[in-house]
Design a protein around this ligand. Structure first.
Ligand code: GUN
Length: 301
């Protein structure tokens, strides 16, 4: 039987969160006579990354955050990149530092991440922040830096299900990356879901997905998750942003879920574009103000 599928409006939830962030940023300005500041570093000219960082700095302005973009050549030496990061670490007016990933292949992303001051690590990728996320009892994103995409997914999930409603739900996270899959699984476990992390070696992925009340799709493969894999009434969070060709040559963006097939089966679904992506940027701005507030209070997040 076909059911009504509701699309979760990521743009709307992102606007509400950004408005809250703007209020916090303005209160910070009144207390410290400066705006919270976010410095974004883009190495090279990958067009998708260039577009993401432009959105991040543009949206920063809407939240009363001083967003600055540093562009570096593809062939920048590790030493030069590390020098820039160290000077941002030491600058008391810088609250958030983000290095856009992926990096060119001769730069080691883990080494770069570990140079960033954990108190300014608004991506929450530094091992100190990863460790905190995995060891705190209560995940409170106003005093803890939580990776932006999983935090956005959790907030969207909470917008369609009451907190107690997550208890005991089965969740399948497809993808085990440090950026999305792994922290997402932690957030869901912390919210009392029973979580399975699936990946490219998982056996019978369609069968596993069919058992899930909640599916988070973070594989980076266009429309990989088919409608027939979705349990009736499930909640589907689609993290994918994949550009695919179209006959008119313009191309289009699709998610990791075959949305047209999922409609009529899922209860709730995040569209692509207009779903998780919008929340990711809003969460980055939220984290920037959290980092600023915590550092000024002398409590590193
Ligand atoms: N590339 C894709 N997603 C992200 C993210 O959340 N942070 C950074 N720094 N780079 C990314």
């Amino acid at each position: 039987m076909l059911r009504m599928t509701k699309l979760i409006d990521g743009g709307l939830h992102a606007e509400v969160l950004t408005e809250d962030t703007r209020r916090r940023a303005e209160s910070f300005f009144r207390r410290h006579a400066r705006k919270p500041r976010l410095d974004v570093i883009l190495v090279g000219d990958n067009p998708a990354s260039a577009s993401y960082v432009r959105t991040k700095t543009k949206m920063a302005a809407e939240a009363s955050i001083d967003g600055r973009l540093h562009r570096m050549q593809d062939e920048v030496s590790p030493g030069d990149l590390l020098r820039v990061l160290r000077s941002l670490n030491e600058d008391p007016n810088v609250d958030g530092i983000l290095v856009q990933l992926p990096l060119p292949s001769d730069l080691d992303p883990q080494m770069v991440i570990e140079v960033i001051d954990p108190a300014k690590d608004v991506d929450a990728f530094h091992p100190i922040n990863v460790g905190r996320l995995f060891t705190v009892n209560k995940v409170d994103p106003t005093v803890l830096l939580v990776p932006c995409t999983p935090l956005g997914c959790l907030l969207l999930l909470r917008s369609v299900i009451p907190p107690a409603g997550l208890t005991g739900k089965s969740a399948v996270v497809v993808g085990r990356s440090n950026i999305v899959g792994s922290p997402m699984a932690r957030l869901l476990t912390n919210a009392n879901c029973t979580v399975t992390i699936a990946h490219s070696k998982t056996l019978d992925l369609p069968g596993l997905c069919r058992t899930a009340d909640i599916v988070v799709a973070a594989v980076g493969r266009p429309e990989f998750i088919r409608g027939g894999w979705i349990k009736e009434g499930a909640i589907i969070l689609d993290v994918g942003i994949n550009r695919v060709p179209t006959p008119d040559g313009k191309g289009k963006i699709v998610g990791d879920v075959a949305t047209a097939e999922a409609i009529g089966r899922a209860a709730f679904l995040t569209p692509v574009p207009g779903g998780v992506g919008r929340m990711t940027v809003a969460c980055l701005l939220h984290n920037t103000v959290t980092a600023a507030e915590m550092r000024m209070k002398g409590k590193s997040p």
